[in-house]
Design a protein around this ligand. Structure first.
Ligand code: EPU
Length: 475
């Protein structure tokens, strides 16, 4: 299993380019199930969740081919070196003495912002579907696999998908996905851990979500675009990733209006064709580096980011005392007065355009370095404070009471051995490690690899001393 070894503190300084949004690329890949023509996606982040989705699509008869972005001088990405699945490495765990370690720290000169080449993925039906069936083995490692439910049902009139189950951050039911599909006329049954849905052809309807759900809204869009008649979806998730999916579907021939707003109207069509689409930049990944600039007293220019999508974070960082500058070159975050200038500010997560739950853990790391007491309220997921006990190992003073955490700062963070528990908790610990004095070892980096493309390369490019250490059996 891989670890990050981090030697801090180091101010993050320089330029970094946002990768494509994982959470926009995942539904975009699922959209390829709706057509027999090729769907070409640019700026697909090379992260493990996308590979998991490719494996699932392959099982369902849609092959994916990676192409190098046409930019000369960039590293070959046809042979991406993603770390092995954690399940695999866990099963070969061995006594410390029989392990060899391999570090992948870059040269002192650091990686350039271009070190992570932009991926282009062509998705194309390679064979008739082996059935509209997504088995547990392929679904269990990634909740977003449920995004194949809508397109499979719309395309084949039947879909059987393993229930994704809970995860580290909460129970995360999919009742809204199922209620929505039922409103479009699907017969929905649960049996043996699977959801089975049937409808000879879905029929447009008016449906109101009980609460805004991102993948739920996306699943309904994917299904409704091939339904007979008009679907009106109310109380939709307004995340930019939903709007990005609608842009792709419209390019494929769908007729969707209002995506990104509360009410989305879908006029069903009889079939969809191929398209070429560029995935939006990852606001969560980009936001992580901006928080990184703040927590380390640094100066980072985030390139190719969309400032409007990041507004809730940028506003909060400005309140905290971080200087934010938005220009055609990107978003610059810097702390001028150095250590001690950050002010504690409360935050409550909320669906977009509120403060994203996916940046809550990273923001908490920042608040440990800010002067004063802040309250961080998590309203989206019920169990998303697992980073707290690990931050405490680094000296943070955080008290959790239900869905609120009180952070007393500023704290001099010190390096420690910590364990990542989920994707965003990992990012929080890595940022804390760069800001902390001494060595931090972040274990279980496979969580990070689900959603951050080349994070150690990007951090090295900003001057951090971060090394990926791969432990494997000595041969
Ligand atoms: N919910 C229900 N019923 C449903 C669906 C959702 O009760 O049928 C609840 C959830 O339990 C949660 C809330 O609604 O309390 C919002 O969940 P949502 O459905 O919006 O989350 P999601 O679609 O499963 C996506 C992202 C998450 C991100 C959330 C919130 C993808 C693939 N995942 O999840 O991303 O945290 O929206 O913004 O888009 C991450 O990238 O680290 C990540 C967890």
């Amino acid at each position: 299993m891989d670890r990050f070894h981090i030697l801090g503190p180091t101010p993050l300084v320089g330029r970094v380019r946002a990768s494509g949004a994982k959470n926009a690329a995942l539904p975009a890949l699922a959209a390829s199930l709706l057509t027999d023509e090729p769907v070409t996606l640019h700026r697909v982040p090379r992260v493990r969740d996308l590979r998991t989705m490719c494996r699932l699509l392959d099982y369902l008869g849609v092959g994916s081919e990676e192409r190098e972005a046409p930019a000369p001088g960039l590293p070959d990405f046809a042979d991406p070196e993603l770390p092995a699945d954690p399940e695999g490495s866990q099963s070969t765990q061995s006594p410390e003495s029989s392990r060899s370690t391999k570090s992948t720290e870059g040269s002192k000169s650091g990686a350039s912002p271009e070190a992570v080449a932009e991926a282009v993925l062509v998705l194309r039906r390679s064979r008739p579907s082996s059935g509209a069936d997504a088995p547990y083995e392929l679904v269990k490692t990634m909740r977003a696999s449920v995004l194949v439910l809508g397109p499979l049902l719309a395309r084949y009139g039947f879909a059987r998908v393993s229930l994704p189950g809970g995860c580290a951050i909460g129970v995360r039911p999919i009742d809204q996905h199922l209620k929505g599909l039922a409103a479009l006329g699907a017969d929905v049954r649960l049996a043996g851990g699977y959801v089975e849905t049937r409808a000879s052809r879905l029929t447009g309807a008016r449906f109101r979500f009980d609460l805004p759900t991102v993948t739920g809204t996306e699943n309904l869009l994917l299904a409704a675009c091939l339904a007979r008649g008009t679907t009106v979806l109310e109380n939709c998730a307004r995340e930019p990733e939903v709007a990005d999916l609608a842009r792709l579907l419209n390019a494929m021939g769908a007729r969707i209006s209002g995506a990104g707003g509360d009410t989305v109207v879908v006029d069903g069509v009889d079939g969809l064709g191929g398209a070429v689409h560029r995935v939006i930049p990852d606001r969560i990944e980009g936001g992580t580096y901006l928080i990184g600039a703040a927590i380390t007293g640094g100066d980072v220019l985030l390139e190719q980011a969309n400032a409007a999508d990041l507004a809730p974070l940028l506003d909060k960082l400005a309140e905290v005392g971080v200087e934010i500058e938005v220009s055609p070159a990107g978003i610059r975050a810097r702390v001028r007065a150095g250590d001690g200038s950050l002010r504690a500010r409360d935050v409550a997560t909320a669906p977009h355009p509120g403060f994203p739950t996916d940046l809550q853990a990273q923001y908490m790391a920042l608040m440990t370095r800010a002067a004063g007491t802040s309250t961080i309220r998590e309203t989206v997921f019920e169990n998303r404070f697992q980073h707290v006990s690990e931050l405490a190992r680094m000296g943070a003073r955080v008290h959790v009471d239900g869905r609120s955490a009180r952070v007393d700062g500023p704290t001099e963070l010190t390096g420690a051995a910590v364990m990542a528990t989920d994707l965003r908790a990992s990012a929080c610990l890595v940022l804390a490690g760069v800001a902390a004095a001494g060595t931090t070892v972040v274990d279980r980096i496979y969580h990070l690899d689900r959603g951050y493309e080349g994070m150690e390369l990007k951090l090295q490019g900003l001057g951090a001393h971060v090394a990926r250490v791969t432990e494997s059996m000595a041969t």
